[in-house]
Design a binder for this molecule. Sequence first.
Ligand SMILES: C[S@@+](CC[C@H](N)C(=O)[O-])C[C@H]1O[C@@H](n2cnc3c(N)ncnc32)[C@H](O)[C@@H]1O
Length: 315
Amino acid sequence: MPAANIPTDPHSVRDFVLWAEQRFQQARLYFGHGTDNARDEAAWLVASTLAIPFAELDARAEYRLTPAEAASIRSRVEARITTRKPLAYLLQEAWFAGLKFYVDERVIVPRSLIGDFLPERFQPWVRPAQVHRLLDLCTGSGCIAIAAALAFPAAQVEAADISSEALAVARINVEAHGLDARVTLIQSDLFSELQGRRYDLILTNPPYVEARDMASLPTEYRHEPELALASGPSGLDAIIRILAVAADHLNPHGLLIAEVGNSCLPLQQRFPQVRFVWLTAASGDESVFLLGREELTRHAARFRAAADSLADPSR
Ligand SMILES: C[S@@+](CC[C@H](N)C(=O)[O-])C[C@H]1O[C@@H](n2cnc3c(N)ncnc32)[C@H](O)[C@@H]1O
């Protein structure tokens, strides 16, 4: 939508987007839960509140809002500013890999970079015809499991999370996408309830925020479950526990693909001998790695020793 003078008394769709954008900028909100700037956040709020598809917002720019519609937008703008809740929670919707998901504060707002690679199905690393059993570990809202089930239509997908609250949200999304027959939800502390199960592909976006970063996160993150973000002093606890047993849950050609955010450097420093393959996202970000079963097996003793030292820091 082209820029124009900021309206003090908004009436049209265009007015409200510009007005909300200015209010967000003045309030110095943090963006990063679905959008990365005030204009997109304002456009999303207006489009969702008016039930206008995002792509049609420009075409409807001159539409004049009813008093009830205007009041609803004003109240959501004020709620976003005063509570600092991510907009996704206020709207109870999030977009991931081009798909719509229900979200509330029981799950983090979907934004995993794994979504960037799902449309291309991780090629050339993954052979889609070989993916019959897929695990999404730490599933949260179920967004990765569901997008993966749609990207790999022949695969049976299991989606595990330790949080029964997160799984209740994932259940809503699995049903909304009509995938009950292909996506199974399992409550599990990482692999604890997955004994004996093997997969062709394991995807995971585990918690990976280090303790120091947790203390300085913008207020928006404090509305998200701490369980979904915090992962010990270095941020590496969950991924180390995953690396220690992932090989036991992969078929011979199987792959583990994991997002580790800012913990990518500490992870490489912790395991300099391991040949992590870092995937480059559309933004240039390289915080999603891939490891095959062979490489995981080669370093299994190293990973297990690291996992044991989490349980017993004196080792
Ligand atoms: C970063 S969120 C990812 C959620 C979702 N996959 C996404 O990308 O939006 C991490 C998830 O891991 C779950 N989790 C934390 N510790 C876990 C554990 N020990 N076992 C299984 N799931 C765990 C949290 O409940 C949370 O839903």
